[in-house]
Design a binder for this molecule. Structure first.
Ligand SMILES: [Zn+2]
Length: 251
């Protein structure tokens, strides 16, 4: 791969082995602006890589160092995500810089192909990385890389698991605020997948944010925090794809 080195001062030492690959969008007006920010020592943010819209890849931080891209986050009970992950910023204006018609700016194919190639290259050095979006690890704060990010395409290329759930049964199971044993089962499933869900049995505000993050990734046509049968089926399929799904059961 042709990678341009643009060293950022914003990193420190890892304290955990690498197990996650976190994808972001830059959410800025241009890749140049994002690169400048990530190289500004005052900003205290960075990522290991940035992928431009034309597919060009920049490296800002060595993989064995801890880049500062995740912020307050959680996955599989671990909150020091900067220490156990590699972060890729993908140049895209996202929700803050929509197109003139208000729609989200698409990710060009050449850019996504570069993200896939870079990710596969990273995985040659670090096997079995779980591929996540920033919104998966920080659902109350972040919505990148956004519902317009082609997660299904990445999964088809071998990056990340994609649940094959046929049909779209939109009958509602739980609205926000619902207290039900089924909500506890749902929360157990989400926690087993890795989300920072607490098993309270109530579809509380934190749970709604996690559901929205989950929908943004796995069923982007409906992001409302309401749990319908289709959402529940995807949670179940994902939970069962992960070894030892003992937690996803009636309690
Ligand atoms: Zn992000």
């Amino acid at each position: 791969m042709n990678i341009t080195q643009v060293p950022s001062p914003n990193f420190d030492d890892r304290t955990l082995p690498i197990s996650l690959l976190i994808l972001h969008y830059t959410g800025m007006q241009s890749g140049k602006a994002a690169l400048e920010r990530m190289c500004d020592s005052e900003a205290k943010v960075s990522a290991h890589y940035m992928v431009e819209e034309d597919g060009h890849v920049f490296q800002l931080v060595d993989e064995d160092k801890r880049a500062w891209h995740a912020g307050v986050s959680e996955w599989q009970g671990e909150s020091n995500i900067n220490s156990n992950s590699i972060g890729i910023e993908i140049v895209n204006g996202g929700h803050d810089w929509p197109r003139v018609d208000g729609s989200l700016p698409p990710f060009p194919d050449v850019q996504i192909n570069a993200v896939i190639a870079l990710s596969k290259d990273i995985m040659k050095r670090h096997s079995n990385l779980t591929v996540l979006g920033h919104s998966d690890i920080a659902p109350t704060r972040k919505i990148d890389p956004g519902e317009h990010f082609p997660w299904a395409g990445l999964a088809a290329a071998g990056l990340g698991y994609w649940p094959n759930v046929s049909g779209k049964d939109r009958r509602i199971l739980f609205e926000p605020g619902t207290r039900d044993r089924g909500v506890a089962i749902l929360q157990s499933g989400l926690a087993h997948i890795g989300y920072g869900a607490r098993v309270t049995g109530v579809l509380d505000e934190a749970s709604v944010k996690i559901i929205e993050a989950f929908q943004r990734r796995y069923r982007p046509d409906q992001i409302d925090g309401v749990v319908d049968i289709h959402t529940m089926e995807i949670v179940k399929a994902l939970s069962e794809s992960i070894p030892n799904p003992a937690e996803f059961r009636p309690i």
